[in-house]
Design a protein around this ligand. Structure first.
Ligand code: ATP
Length: 204
C-alpha cells in the first residue's frame, strides 16, 4: 500500500499553509475540498444526481451546485445532509484515488491528502498511513478566520461547533504540528516530519 498522510485541522488552523510547505519539500498534495468543488462545478460529475434528488432549485444559472442554498438546507435537515453525502462521498473517493495514482506515477516522495473533515468522516482514517493534525487554540482559529474572511465571531464559533473538537482531533492524530505560534515556528516541525515520512515511504 502506498504511504500516505491524511492532513487535517479545524477551520483556520493552518492546513493549507502547512500542506504547501510539505509540497515544497516534494510531497504530492491531494486537496479533497478542491475535488469536491470540481465535482459540483458546472458539468461536474455530481451535478446530475444533485439535480435528480434535490431539483433545479439547488443549482445556479450556470449549472453549479448552489452552495449557499444547499448549506442552509442541509443545516436544518439531517436526512438531506446524508443524501448529499451519499452522492458526494463515493465520487470524492474515486477522484482522490485517481489523483493519488497520478501522483504516484510521477514518483512523488509520498502523498498528502488534505481532508478538513477527516476526523468527522467515516473511513478516511483507515485510508491513510498516518493522520497529521495541524493544531492551534480555538481563540487562534477565531482570530485567523475573522482576519482572513471578515466573518463575525459568532459565525466562526458556529462553524467550529459543527466540527470535531480540538480534543477529538488530537485523539485521532499520529502526528501533530503546533501552529499556535509564529509561522516561523512551522519550518522546523515540517522538516522533522518530512524526514520521517520520506524514510517511512521508502520502507513501504
Ligand atoms: P480553512 O480550513 O479555513 O481553509 P486552513 O486550515 O487551510 O483554513 P490556512 O488557510 O492555512 O488554514 O490559514 C488560515 C489563515 O491564517 C490564513 O490567512 C493564513 O495565512 C493564516 N495563518 C496560518 N498560520 C499562521 C501563523 N502561524 N501565523 C499567522 N497567520 C497564520
Amino acid at each position: 500500500r502506498r504511504f500516505s498522510i491524511g492532513l487535517t485541522g479545524g477551520i483556520g488552523s493552518g492546513k493549507t499553509t502547512v500542506a504547501d510547505m510539505f509540497a515544497e519539500r516534494g510531497a504530492a498534495l491531494i486537496d479533497t475540498d478542491l475535488i469536491a468543488h470540481q465535482l459540483t462545478a458546472p458539468g461536474g460529475r455530481a451535478i446530475p444526481d444533485i439535480h435528480a434528488q434535490f431539483g433545479a432549485a439547488f443549482l445556479t444559472a450556470e449549472g453549479a451546485l448552489d452552495r449557499g442554498r444547499m448549506r442552509q438546507h442541509v443545516f436544518s435537515d439531517p436526512q438531506a445532509k446524508s443524501r448529499l453525502e451519499s452522492i458526494l462521498h463515493p465520487l470524492i473517493r474515486i477522484e482522490t484515488e485517481r489523483a493519488a495514482d497520478a501522483a504516484s506515477a510521477k514518483q512523488a516522495a509520498y502523498l498528502i491528502f488534505v481532508v478538513p473533515l477527516l476526523v468527522e468522516s467515516a473511513g478516511w482514517k483507515q485510508r491513510v498511513s498516518r493522520v497529521l493534525v495541524v493544531d492551534c487554540s480555538e481563540d487562534t482559529q477565531v482570530r485567523r478566520v475573522i482576519s482572513r474572511n471578515g466573518l463575525p465571531e459568532t459565525q466562526v464559533r458556529a462553524i467550529m461547533a459543527a466540527q470535531a473538537t480540538r480534543a477529538q482531533r488530537l485523539a485521532a492524530a499520529d502526528d501533530v504540528i503546533d501552529n499556535d505560534g509564529d509561522s516561523s515556528a512551522l519550518a522546523p516541525q515540517v522538516d522533522r516530519l518530512h524526514a520521517i515520512y520520506s524514510k517511512l515511504a521508502t520502507q513501504q
